[in-house]
Design a binder for this molecule. Structure first.
Ligand SMILES: [Zn+2]
Length: 245
């Protein structure tokens, strides 16, 4: 349990149960957030945060296209403004673009006006890039409190967390990412990976790109089906259909 607490408490200092819940990706005390389907489902959703990123987002798109897999990208608004061309490539390839704030602050420490501004500025950047704003939102570092979820929903954004952490932001090797993911998969998973880095454009995500290639091959061979978050949410709302198919 302690290891899990440390792993989930990315910002550190997670001492109380309330603090744990505000950072833990699957914690539900602060309001319902989507974290995947029921255990045992064959569906798997790959999610990539902190892009768009040059050149790794485009390398990743090549891998996903080769496997005919569609994924969900939670993008940082200021990068979207810098590279709207990459965002357009992501959307053109059939992937889903989500809101990951404008500049990636830890929202549990921000006043409500700033939370709203962060989400709205990212929505505007996405709308300018691809013609429509996002409908999904993932809080930076997974940090949230009731006001974060309320404001997101007021803006028409559904908060999306995850249940499998790739730890790719600090992974020393491709194998390390593969092992971390494989150790957590239990069916119906939302996998957290990164095509960018929140500190600056250009973060090296080559290991994530290669790990994605191998993970897709491995889980396709096991009969799993890769879906976007909207597709997964739809299945969650119609469990009787996903159960018989
Ligand atoms: Zn992030």
């Amino acid at each position: 349990m302690l290891g899990y607490l440390i792993g989930a408490g990315i910002a550190g200092g997670v001492a109380s149960a309330a603090g744990y819940q505000s950072m833990a990706p699957t914690g539900q005390w602060y309001g319902k957030t989507f974290t995947g389907l029921e255990r045992g489902s064959k569906s798997m959703a790959l999610t990539y945060d902190d892009g768009p990123n040059d050149p790794h987002t485009l390398r990743l798109l090549e891998v996903l296209a080769r496997h005919e897999v569609r994924a969900t990208f939670f993008m940082i608004g200021r990068y979207v403004e810098q590279r709207p061309d990459i965002v357009r490539e992501v959307v053109r390839a059939g992937h889903c673009a989500g809101n990951h704030t404008f500049s990636h602050p830890l929202l549990i420490f921000q006043p409500e006006m700033e939370i709203r501004s962060q989400l709205e500025r990212c929505e505007r950047a996405l709308a300018d890039a691809v013609g429509e704003p996002a409908h999904l939102f993932r809080p930076p570092f997974g940090g949230r409190r009731p006001a974060v979820l309320r404001i997101a929903r007021e803006l028409g954004l559904e908060p999306v967390m995850w249940n499998v952490t790739g730890y790719d932001w600090s992974a020393p090797s491709v194998e390390h990412i593969e092992r971390k993911v494989a150790g957590q998969v239990r069916g119906g998973d939302v996998v957290l990976l990164h095509d960018g880095g929140h500190l600056a454009m250009g973060a090296d995500r080559s290991r994530t790109v290669t790990a994605s290639d191998r993970l897709i091959a491995r889980y396709k061979a096991e009969g799993r089906e890769f879906v976007t978050i909207p597709e997964m949410v739809q299945r969650a709302e119609r469990p009787q259909l996903s159960a018989v198919s």
